[in-house]
Design a protein around this ligand. Structure first.
Ligand code: NAP
Length: 286
């Protein structure tokens, strides 16, 4: 079985590479943006012609949430046209597409965890282009899994945990937003979930394509997340909780973006770790 992974140099791409030994029956093809530019349809066709993958995991994306407000075209090109190109080439080769999406599709006004059926209402260009990317796939190729996730961190790439660790070593005091509630997701847990879905598709004849949520279990604020990062890494720092208004950003973040994981756990039998336990696991790799 051939599984092609786009965006291989990114955080999630690296997380998938870190667990390949757990999946000896899979032939992985890892493509960086220079091997496979998802915005280039001819390039997508040539790469798929060469490897003829059974699955394509698209981790490639434009992920600079605030910069997207001024780089609208680039964000659209990668998140919408890129997703469309992959859906088209997957259809041509009968390849199952696993595409990663985001909690930033939601405006954060809900008081209960978002299910896959809740209506998106993005507050910025990044969320809007990720939503349009989902729609581009849904309109073109039914053999897809869209996995929405949130607050991704890991020992790889750039992320909130890495930023906190850097600041924790540089500063004595730090203020972190405490009125945005969500769930951290260890990229390695997400990588395992994606590969378990590919395994499931090989053994189960039932077609269960569609949208699924995945994050770790539980919920917290960015302040709680930072506090736990400092605790686990024995960093002594004075941490102050602040409201979002005290840390203005070009894009308004959802105040609440906890995802309901009932569908992914019941459909695929995936067990999900609590965010604190998974953060502790990740800390061992630092
Ligand atoms: N990080 C989070 O907190 C978070 C939260 C929710 C959802 N997500 C979603 O999770 C997925 C993975 O995120 P991540 O954290 O791994 O992002 P990341 O670290 O920013 O990686 C994105 C990768 O996409 C590649 N890329 C950009 N343009 C490309 C193109 N035209 N063709 C091929 N590759 C291209 C980049 O390659 P270059 O570096 O070579 O440009 C980079 O390696 C994304 O879909 C993101 O929207 C992330």
């Amino acid at each position: 079985m051939v599984v092609l992974v786009s965006g291989a140099k990114g955080q999630l791409g690296q997380a998938i590479q870190s667990i390949v030994d757990n999946y000896p029956s899979i032939d992985f093809v890892f493509c960086t943006s220079s091997d496979l530019d998802i915005t280039n349809s001819a390039n997508c066709k040539a790469v798929f012609e060469k490897y003829k993958p059974h699955f394509c995991i698209n981790t490639a994306a434009y992920t600079a949430v605030d910069k997207a407000e001024t780089e609208t075209e680039k964000s659209h090109l990668i998140n919408v046209i890129g997703a469309k190109n992959l859906a088209e080439v997957c259809k041509k080769h009968d390849t199952i597409l696993l595409h990663v999406s985001t909690d930033f599709l939601f405006d954060g006004t809900s008081k209960k965890p978002y299910t896959e059926d809740d209506v998106p209402n993005p507050t910025g260009v990044y969320g809007q282009t990720k939503l349009e990317g989902e729609i581009a796939i849904q309109n073109r190729w039914y053999k897809h899994f869209i996995i929405r996730t949130s607050w991704v961190y890991s020992q790889f790439g750039n992320n909130f945990m890495k930023t906190m660790l850097r600041l924790g070593n540089e500063k004595e005091e730090l203020s972190v937003v405490s009125d945005q509630i969500g769930t951290p997701t260890n990229a390695v847990d997400l990588a395992e979930a994606l590969l378990k879905i590919t395994e499931f598709c090989q053994t189960e004849p039932v077609e269960v394509f569609g949208i699924y949520n995945f994050s770790n279990e539980g919920q917290c604020s960015w302040y709680d997340f930072a506090k736990e990062i400092f605790k686990l890494n024995n960093l002594q720092i004075i941490l102050t909780p602040i409201p979002s208004e005290a840390y203005p950003t070009p894009v308004k973040r959802p105040k609440y973006s906890v995802l309901d994981k009932t569908k992914i756990t019941t459909t695929f039998g995936i067990q999900i770790e609590n965010w604190k336990d998974s953060l502790r696991k990740c800390t061992q790799f630092l």
